[in-house]
Design a protein around this ligand. Structure first.
Ligand SMILES: *[C@@H]1O[C@H](CO)[C@@H](O)[C@H](O)[C@H]1NC(C)=O
Ligand SMILES: *[C@@H]1O[C@H](CO)[C@@H](O)[C@H](O)[C@H]1NC(C)=O
Ligand SMILES: *[C@@H]1O[C@H](CO)[C@@H](O)[C@H](O)[C@H]1NC(C)=O
Ligand SMILES: *[C@@H]1O[C@H](CO)[C@@H](O)[C@H](O)[C@H]1NC(C)=O
Ligand SMILES: *[C@@H]1O[C@H](CO)[C@@H](O)[C@H](O)[C@H]1NC(C)=O
Ligand SMILES: *[C@@H]1O[C@H](CO)[C@@H](O)[C@H](O)[C@H]1NC(C)=O
Ligand SMILES: *[C@@H]1O[C@H](CO)[C@@H](O)[C@H](O)[C@H]1NC(C)=O
Ligand SMILES: *[C@@H]1O[C@H](CO)[C@@H](O)[C@H](O)[C@H]1NC(C)=O
Length: 794
């Protein structure tokens, strides 16, 4: 009772220090704010968008932060790793507070009086602190000069018009977004044991990643239309680009950085752009020895005979369940195979063109070698003494082998399988949901509360929040976050009514295309956006199934894929709404009416080949769920105004009624001439059918003729197999000129053309020998001499 009275006195006392009514517009010297009053006393920006003050992160733990007033999303924190205690005790007469001292220094103190953070300013007694409409907290001196601003010391978030510069970086856990010494914007894992860059792809140099190393400005910012642009040429455009939307760029706890847009109607942040598409490429995600695996949803797991170091925290990885004596003879060891797995980087040695046995012996003979990866095709052997960045790749042409004692009889492997904690089951949903998780919604925060509370008492470590977060997912079966995830998807992606679409297309008047799946109409939505509306003819899916498939496709967002914007499902009608692509499909330009009036130049052809490969590689390898297109052909490759390839109709194979036991030739999708032989042979269909079709398309791009329908080359009618034979011979004799479209009149790049024919021939080979789209893309890219700028990086 006495304490409460005292508190009340204290409250009224703190009001007297500042005459303005709460919340405050400015803070003057001598005034201070305390956690006890955090709900009433805080700074607010003139337009009330942002607030700044004490933010509660645990029962008793507070940070001094800036947040979006409406949704309480924190965008900056003075003390992210050393929260102050909000508990006021008469024993500690101080109480935590943020005060603007008479010398102009803004100081944050804990309840025992120790200083936790300071602005290090000394601008005298006429200093004021104010929060601008941009979300920038500024300290200004008597002459109204800014002496300090929060925009110059970001934490994990960048607001519109806030510059990321050579002196600043965004940090979340062990993950950093920063400008490297070579002027390139990168993501780095900076862990306790290793440091490694994972974005842009460390497999390519800056140029191949579409980055410019020569602009030393080193500045990146988000403009008010949703373009995140960096001085090294990197750019993300928000999928909802346009002014008037509240956005932020945040590096999340999972090491990816994403652009979020606020949906004001629901108060949810929607992901509208991101750096790393496939989460397994984020280094450090599954810790030391851990493997990231995408099959059946994103998850981390331990290799055989290994167990998690800390069952609640994947960042700490796995440890062997056995011990190796220092002088243990190598006869005691054996290897356990991990199919298609590899640990990126940190090789002990690497040798090419050696046998599996030789590779195995090198590792066996070396006491420091604990594992090796062997690629059968070219006999590459990589031995390892430290295992990080482990990943199971769907098409990796090799396997990893873990060295384990022979005496170990595999009892641990079953344990480690069980422990394969799926921190983020059904990957995509959580990826989207993570915004809210860190946004710390009150009802989903209870685990974090617990951990923060413990941490405040003991030593607070960085990974605690991550731990709390994983625990939450594991133990609460996460209905809440799933719900949020779905909400976000719904927001990005609309369900239209039949009437809406009928009006948009003027009662389905203007037909712009016709394919196996249905007829496409041009439409104009209420917001004047031009769209393509596809009326599906062959869908027999039930409402719910259709919904599930379509939302999955709707989530796919890649520059080389035609974006689905929504759907309609009413009664028997099933319609899909797509972005409208300016130019027509590739076939029109290669052999249709446009082939003479506006001939595709060589560099345009090469760009289209590259873009198509990139889109397919994304579908096959990077997508949230791997998708086989099943109908790759020039008719399905649309061209944007600047002749970027955009693949249409992906994912539709899933919508067509298909009974795998009863899958016959007449029911199947695909187009004669582009279909891989296995379609006819009743073999299971996988991504290699697209590789085959891509090979045909590639030849058509080079030759400018309908290779697929039996062709006329050198005035001789040939069947397709003859043509492949001929192409092979031409390759051998290096007489590529004979194959290249005569309409180009010799204006083409010989090296690129040779590479394209060579790749095409390899795509058309036996299924087991066909390359993957990833490999196709890599080899094509190595002949690209233009500086390209992908909107998304791999
Ligand atoms: C105040 O508390 C913090 C953490 O609780 C501790 O690190 C610091 O040493 C304390 N300072 C004083 C002056 O007791
Ligand atoms: C301080 O300067 C800003 C612009 O730099 C201006 O908007 C503001 O009104 C000034 N404040 C005072 C008190 O002069
Ligand atoms: C960001 O940097 C540009 C120069 O690159 C500068 O003109 C602008 O004032 C900076 N913005 C802020 C908020 O510091
Ligand atoms: C470097 O980047 C900045 C910011 O994006 C841009 O304004 C400038 O023109 C670039 N300089 C060169 C030489 O490209
Ligand atoms: C493998 O490469 C290492 C150097 O990395 C070399 O010392 C060793 O002799 C090679 N082993 C074989 C079997 O080729
Ligand atoms: C490994 O050691 C065995 C015997 O200790 C030897 O016969 C073999 O040549 C060695 N292999 C390599 C690759 O060094
Ligand atoms: C092998 O497994 C059996 C039971 O399956 C167990 O009793 C035994 O201890 C194991 N041996 C070793 C060396 O782990
Ligand atoms: C998550 O994925 C699993 C297996 O893929 C599936 O059984 C489960 O229904 C999914 N959960 C949700 C909520 O979609």
């Amino acid at each position: 009772m006495a304490a409460r009275l005292f508190l009340a006195l204290l409250l009224s006392f703190s009001f007297q220090l500042c005459s303005c009514a709460p919340p405050w517009q400015i803070m003057t010297t001598g005034s201070y704010m305390t956690p006890e009053d955090h709900e009433r006393i805080f700074l607010i920006s003139p337009d009330t968008t942002f607030s700044c003050g004490f933010h509660r992160v645990g029962t008793n733990a507070f940070t001094f932060s800036i947040w979006y007033t409406a949704v309480k999303t924190v965008v900056w924190t003075a003390n992210p790793y050393s929260m102050v205690n909000g508990y006021y005790s008469p024993v500690n007469i101080y109480g935590s507070r943020i005060s603007l001292k008479h010398n102009g220094n803004l100081v944050l103190t804990d309840n025992n009086g120790s200083m936790v953070w300071e602005s290090k300013t000394s601008s005298g007694k006429h200093t004021i602190v104010s929060l601008l409409n941009t979300g920038n907290l500024v300290i200004s001196d008597s002459g109204n000069n800014t002496v300090w601003q929060s925009f110059h010391s970001p934490t994990d978030t960048l607001l519109p018009w806030q510059n990321l510069t050579k002196d600043t970086r965004l940090v979340s856990g062990y993950h950093h977004l920063y400008f490297d010494n070579d002027n390139v914007l990168r993501l780095l894992y900076d862990g306790p044991e290793i440091t490694s860059i994972y974005w842009p792809s460390p497999d390519y140099n800056a140029l191949k990643n579409g980055r410019n190393r020569y602009n030393s400005t080193r500045v990146a910012f988000l403009d008010d239309k949703g373009n995140f642009v960096s001085s090294d040429g990197f750019k993300i455009e928000a999928s909802d680009s346009g002014a008037g939307i509240k956005r932020r760029i945040t590096i999340d706890h999972d090491g990816n950085f994403r652009m979020y847009s606020l949906d004001v109607s629901t108060g949810n942040w929607v992901v509208t752009g991101q750096a790393v598409i496939q989460m397994c490429y984020v280094h450090g995600l599954c810790g030391k020895n851990g493997l990231c695996d995408y099959s059946g949803g994103l998850k981390c797991r331990c290799p055989p005979e290994h167990v998690m170091v800390d069952p609640t925290d994947w960042n700490r990885g796995c440890k062997p369940a056995f011990t190796i004596g220092s002088n243990q003879p190598h006869e005691d060891f054996t290897f356990v195979k991990q199919p298609r797995a590899d640990f990126y980087g940190f090789d002990l040695s690497s040798n090419q063109s050696i046998s599996f046995k030789a590779c195995r012996d090198i590792c066996l003979n070396s006491s420091s070698c604990i594992s090796f990866t062997y690629k059968g095709g070219d006999g590459w052997c990589y031995t390892k003494d430290i295992l990080y960045n482990g990943q199971v790749y769907p098409y990796f042409p090799g396997d990893n082998y873990m060295k384990v004692p022979k005496s170990f009889n595999g009892s641990a492997s079953s344990i480690s399988k069980q422990e394969s904690l799926t921190c983020r089951p059904n990957g995509s949903e959580i990826m989207l949901g993570s915004a809210n998780m860190y946004g710390m919604k009150k009802d989903s925060i209870k685990w974090i509360y617990l951990y923060v509370f413990i941490a405040i008492l003991g030593a607070l470590e960085l990974f605690v929040i991550v731990t709390g977060w994983c625990l939450f997912f594991r133990q609460s079966s996460m209905p809440k976050s799933m719900e949020d995830g779905y909400k976000m998807i719904r927001n990005q992606f609309r369900r239209f009514t039949y009437r809406e679409l009928s009006e948009a297309t003027d009662k389905f008047k203007e037909e712009i295309g016709r394919g196996g799946a249905g007829i496409v109409y041009r439409g104009v939505l209420e917001d004047k956006k031009i769209v393509a509306v596809k009326k599906l003819t062959n869908v027999q899916h039930g409402e719910e199934e259709f919904w599930a498939e379509v939302t999955l496709i709707g989530r796919i967002n890649h520059i080389n894929l035609v974006r689905m914007m929504g759907f309609c499902s009413e009664g028997e009608s099933r319609l899909l709404v797509y972005e409208y692509v300016e130019n027509e499909s590739l076939d029109k330009y290669l052999f249709g009416e446009r082939s003479t009036e506006s001939l595709l130049g060589w560099s345009q052809r090469y760009k289209i080949a590259l873009g198509t490969a990139r889109g397919l590689a994304y579908l096959h390898h990077e997508c949230l769920e791997w998708i086989v297109h099943c109908d790759v052909k020039p008719e399905n490759i649309l061209l944007s105004r600047d002749f970027n390839a955009k693949i249409a109709d992906f994912g539709l194979a899933k919508l067509a009624k298909r009974d795998s036991a009863n899958f016959n030739f007449t029911q199947m999708r695909g187009t004669m001439g582009y279909m891989a032989p296995e379609w006819a042979l009743n073999m299971p269909i996988n991504a290699k059918v697209d590789v085959y079709s891509y090979g045909v398309v590639l030849l058509e791009i080079v030759t400018g003729t309908r290779v697929s329908s039996g062709i006329i080359a050198n005035e001789r009618q040939m069947g397709f197999p003859d043509f492949i034979q001929e192409a092979k011979q031409i390759l051998a004799t290096e007489n590529i000129n004979d194959l290249v479209d005569a309409k180009l009149k010799g204006h083409f790049d010989l090296e690129q053309a040779t590479a394209m024919v060579r790749i095409a021939v390899s795509c058309l080979g036996d299924r087991s020998k066909r390359p993957t789209m990833d490999e196709v893309l890599k080899s094509l890219m190595s002949y690209d001499d233009e500086d390209y700028h992908p909107a998304y990086s791999y």
